[in-house]
Ligand binder design. Structure first.
Ligand SMILES: [Zn+2]
Length: 85
């Protein structure tokens, strides 16, 4: 088993605890950083597509003529996520 640190998508803190399961059966986490406004999140790499900085990268790459699949590959997010955005 490989243990990977779980980071809060809002503050990047690794001070997170497990917080039950989502409706889809995904592991939920709760950020324990008291300065962070985010209460809970799901560890799912597809959520990278929803982070503001990733959105900015996506639009930058689109401007540079990168295809949607190239963009997804470089940013390590699923093409589905990009298209949904
Ligand atoms: Zn946080």
């Amino acid at each position: 088993m490989v243990l990977e640190p779980v980071c809060c998508p809002s503050c990047n803190s690794t001070n997170v605890v497990k917080n039950g399961k989502s409706d889809e059966g995904k592991q939920r986490y709760r950020c324990r950083n008291t300065d962070c406004s985010r209460r809970s999140f799901i560890r799912d790499y597809s959520y990278r597509g929803y982070l503001p900085e990733v959105k900015q990268q996506i639009s930058d790459m689109a401007v540079n003529g990168s295809g949607i699949r190239d963009t997804a590959r470089v940013l390590k997010i699923s093409p589905t996520t990009v298209i949904e955005e």
